[in-house]
Design a protein around this ligand. Structure first.
Ligand SMILES: Nc1ncnc2c1ncn2[C@@H]1O[C@H](COP(=O)(O)OP(=O)(O)O)[C@@H](O)[C@H]1O
Ligand SMILES: O=P(O)(O)O[C@H]1O[C@H](CO)[C@@H](O[C@H]2O[C@H](CO)[C@@H](O)[C@H](O)[C@H]2O)[C@H](O)[C@H]1O
Length: 500
């Protein structure tokens, strides 16, 4: 029998809590303490194995916030926030049933040892369509206890759509409703305005055709827990599309470079992507402040890049031998202001790469405006030169070309690009030419779409590419060490002065 059928009745020898309303009399933190404390013995080891858990050591968790949605014939859904000793918050969506159906076993977390839910099976609720449906209904009502939906636009959220978890689960979790809505759940919520919610709200207000429309954002006790946006059905991941094209290119006998003239093949896609990025930058420039950086600002930006490099060298020692040359590139950028070269800063995407671009029937949409995951939220919203985004995408063409050299493995790991030195060199050259052509096409599209011509900003672009490659080296060393050779090769190339 569903535990919710017993709602308010004895379960596992203890009285179960009633729904949100009777608990609302308790202050939020006490309610979270009462309800979440007994779950911690099973939650703690589970959290440490999540892909989105970033901690190196699991410190004592502290219950921070909760709302309970459920009862009356349904299992309970807990939308909860716990904090680690260092103050990092994690969002947990927890289901509670007396018995777990086999289809939900992979989502099992454990059995609650004591407290109001003693004996209940605890599981990750994102896997349970019944609970994700209940969450959408609660959000459509705009409030469930302390959980609140801040709507965007006039239309109410459609309910009754069939939910399914999105297979990709990296920094966050996502649920798709009937191929119409996407609920994105921030697993590491932060206080204050959220850069992605702010950006999508502004882009939606402007009817920007290059980004999904925002329907609303979710908040609990001052934290932004997620957002509901338009789902783009049938969209193809830009990274996969690029790698597939690059692979085709490596296996065809034709001349890899068709020369000047209209862009063809993937280069036409890259050009359209450049236009889409420029259009999005244009819309962001209209919605948020745009300033010309002073000579001091530019020098300070360059100094930050040098500090990031120092920190990166400490973590990735292979960067050390390129340090002085990279620092020189950053210095060169740092002097632009003093030389009277204009550098404009505005709200940007902040972590732009092919995996954030979705190919939708002949054109592109950009998603995931969260910025670089390792940067604090407040910093991610600061105005930046747009060429940082351009540099991120240019780096991505290089990544895609490298990935194409590999046999298509389950994780697309970069490895030995071929057999025999001659063949290896020829494939490397062809991959390099592919990346080069698409980088050029992207820049041409960017200029065509109203953005400043990246080709005319070589010092800036080279410095930003180097900064991005340093960031990537740290990211790969931390998360995917087998990919580290890709950004290291770029650092080597950029430091050697062969930027393009
Ligand atoms: N609005 C959308 N419509 C269709 N697919 C989407 C949408 N937003 C994201 N996706 C898919 O989900 C993936 C992960 O989304 P993203 O916002 O990048 O999450 P994360 O921050 O966890 O990386 C994307 O690469 C894309 O494949
Ligand atoms: O998508 P996220 O916001 O989580 O971004 C992080 O992870 C990316 C990898 O998934 C990482 O991107 C790097 O690898 C991509 C290929 O997998 C490549 O397309 C990008 O150009 C490269 O930067 C990103 O840096 C990181 O922030």
């Amino acid at each position: 029998m569903s535990p919710a059928a017993h709602h308010g009745a004895a379960v596992g020898g203890a009285r179960r809590p009633a729904r949100t309303a009777p608990l609302a009399a308790e202050p939020g933190h006490r309610r979270a303490e009462t309800l979440l404390r007994p779950l911690l013995p099973v939650l703690t080891p589970w959290l440490a194995t999540r892909r989105w858990y970033q901690g190196t050591t699991m410190t004592a968790l502290r219950p921070a916030g909760i709302t309970v949605i459920g009862g009356e014939g349904r299992p309970d859904l807990l939308v909860a926030v716990v904090e680690t000793g260092s103050g990092t918050a994690y969002q947990l969506l927890l289901g509670m049933r007396s018995e777990l159906p086999r289809r939900l076993e992979p989502a099992a977390i454990g059995t609650v040892p004591y407290g109001p839910w003693a004996g209940q099976r605890l599981y990750d609720a994102v896997a349970d369509p019944a609970l994700m449906g209940a969450l959408l209904r609660a959000l459509a009502g705009r409030r469930a206890g302390p959980l609140r939906l801040d709507p965007a636009g006039r239309h109410p959220l459609p309910v009754g759509l069939v939910p399914r978890p999105l297979a990709v689960d990296q920094s966050n979790s996502a649920v798709v409703y009937g191929d119409r809505l996407l609920l994105k759940l921030y697993r590491r919520p932060e206080p204050g305005p959220h850069p992605e919610v702010e950006a999508l709200r502004a882009l939606t207000d402007q009817d920007c055709p290059r980004t999904p429309r925002l329907h609303g954002s979710l908040h609990l006790d001052g934290l932004t827990l997620g957002l509901v946006e338009e789902f783009l059905p049938g969209a193809e991941d830009g990274w996969q599309r690029a790698v597939a094209h690059a692979r085709d290119h490596l296996t065809t006998a034709a001349d890899p470079d068709p020369g000047p003239g209209p862009a063809v093949g993937f280069a036409a896609d890259a050009q359209a992507l450049g236009r889409a990025v420029a259009e999005t930058h244009g819309a962001l420039a209209r919605a948020f402040p745009r300033t010309r950086l002073s000579a001091e600002d530019i020098a300070a930006d360059a100094a930050r890049m040098k500090r990031r490099l120092t920190a990166a060298v400490a973590e990735v020692p292979q960067l050390a031998r390129h340090r002085s040359r990279l620092a020189a590139l950053f210095d060169e950028y740092g002097r632009l202001g003093a030389r009277g070269c204009p550098v404009l800063a505005q709200r940007t995407h902040g972590d732009l790469h092919l995996g954030q671009a979705l190919y939708t029937g002949g054109d592109w949409h950009l998603v995931d405006f969260e910025g670089e995951p390792a940067t604090p939220a407040a910093e991610r919203a600061l105005p930046q030169p747009v060429l940082r985004d351009v540099a991120g995408m240019l780096r991505s063409f290089d990544y895609a070309a490298r990935a194409a050299l590999l046999p298509a493995g389950p994780h697309h790991e970069p490895a030995d690009p071929g057999t025999g030195p001659g063949r290896r060199l020829s494939r490397l050259r062809r991959a390099g030419a592919w990346a080069q052509r698409n980088r050029r096409a992207f820049c041409a599209g960017y200029a065509d779409g109203g953005g400043e011509d990246p080709a005319c900003r070589a010092a800036q672009l080279t410095a930003f590419e180097a900064d991005r490659a340093v960031y990537e080296a740290v990211y790969e060393a931390r998360h995917r060490p087998h990919w580290l050779p890709v950004p290291l090769a770029a650092v080597h190339r950029l430091a050697g002065g062969r930027a393009r």
